[in-house]
Design a protein around this ligand. Sequence first.
Ligand code: SAM
Length: 273
Amino acid sequence: MVGKLYLVSTPIGNMGDITLRAIETLKNVDIVLAEDTRVTGKLLFNLDIKKPLISYHEHSSGKRHTDILERIKSGENAALCSDAGMPCISDPGQQLVKDAIEEGITIIPIPGANAMLTGLIASGISTNCFTFMGFFPRKKREEEMRRVSSSLSTLVYYESPMRIVDAVTAIAQIMPEREIVIARELTKLHEEFIRGTTKDVLENLKNRDSIKGEMVIIIAPSNPETKEITDKEIEDHLKTMLSNGESLKSAVKTVCELYGLNKNHVYDLGKKL
Ligand code: SAM
């Protein structure tokens, strides 16, 4: 019988966030695929679980890939773990999942901690419609900020402490008055939320002797009161929600409530999509 591929989420800092299902799964699988075998090895040691660990990361060779899929096809159950949080979210795994699906292997996600959602829900910024943007761009930052500045969706980025000042500087250059939140050290002892306009948050960061820890940047959507919304932007907003599985009726309602728009007009635009 063909084995299964389990995508096991692990804590992003606080070990108490491991789920019962994650522990059960790690106990029951035959092999554990790890982004870093030392990190996952430590987690398994703390859980008193002994399993063969196989390294699987974004640079894993095609042969490693084929070997893993062959083992699952021959009946072994495998758990994929990244260093922290959900596998496949700015972490390795997506290609393995895609290939496993093509090979007819059943994928079983084991949900758990994730930095993007954890930061977003505590940010106080709208969760109605949000876009996860992955890591903040390292090049052409201002250009990228100009491109996304009229987004009607909350934007969520990952960033490292080394580049956080450069990132917030780029946001401040294009959107100085925009509300943003830096969610730092989530679930850890020094968890912190730095909230305010981009200008204020930048000043706060620059006034610190050092900036440590992992971070998520949450940027509020563009504010319609300070900007005229075009039909194209309304259509884009509706398209995003429709592609996320929302009904036209509910998407129209959300857009109208958010921006105080005329229902008939928004509905007419939505019907054309
Ligand atoms: N797969 C992970 C997830 O599900 O969230 C994300 C892995 S990604 C390689 C690492 C980035 O996630 C960090 O650079 C940081 O931006 C964010 N991150 C991870 N843990 C975090 C934490 N405890 N607090 C804030 N941000 C965190």
